[in-house]
Design a protein around this ligand. Sequence first.
Ligand code: SAM
Length: 263
Amino acid sequence: MTKGPLATRRAGSGDDLRRSVRLFRSFLTEQTDPVGFYSLIAEDAVTLMSRHTTLAGKSVIDFGGGPGFYSEAFARHGARSVVVDADHAEITSHRRHPLSVQALAEAAPFGEGSVDIVFSSNLLEHVPDLPAVADRMASAVRPGGLVVLSYTAWLGPWGGHETSPWHYFGGHRAARRYARKHGKAPKNVFGESMYAASVAEGLRWARQSTTLELLEARPRYLPPWSRFLLRVPVVREFLTWNLWLVLRRVGNDRDTAEPKWGN
Ligand SMILES: C[S@@+](CC[C@H](N)C(=O)[O-])C[C@H]1O[C@@H](n2cnc3c(N)ncnc32)[C@H](O)[C@@H]1O
């Protein structure tokens, strides 16, 4: 290992902890200050990505990007980014109108290898076949480009989203309880728009890929030293919260891809 990264990690361990505390505290303000919350978490994602790539001049697809907070952060750092999201209401929520394509990630109109970076935050727990959708999204990246996927683990404390922590007693039961208490169905319905995504299946998908090299896997919101959790079956499902994966498409590198929507 080179001296630089090691020295940075040692010097930064207090910062890492403060970062995690800041992120977890910001989760409490998601409802009252969504713009502040999503802007913070998007900028944090850019910081995590900066270990592997710069964004300036890159083309990015933000799958499941909804109102585009991540895309906006990517653009602030010089990237051209487009949101691909299945739900028009999500794209236009918070009165935002990002450059977007309304489409399912698994059926998005992008050719193979058409962009530099494929990004997806918190989409994969909303699809029934995580590896298939991850494969489809990853296919849009050029050789040498990055695939950054992150999703909420079902057995984590926030696995049931707004039905948490009752999801520990079963997703359907948690949904029924939510409906009784709030007089309406939860936004994320287990078995319909939210599934039991495990850390194990994400890691298995990443490690088994023959077209992608795994560069980093870590619990997204926790300090980097928490990576060891991913080596502990069962425990990792409960403590990871959100799995962050960074992969590189193998093959002959090109500098940047010219996206179909670019000019
Ligand atoms: C929990 S939100 C995540 C929003 C944002 N990426 C974030 O991390 O805050 C999940 C988003 O994924 C979208 N989505 C769910 N399933 C999808 C699919 N199969 N294809 C495209 N978008 C999907 C939803 O419409 C929603 O905007």
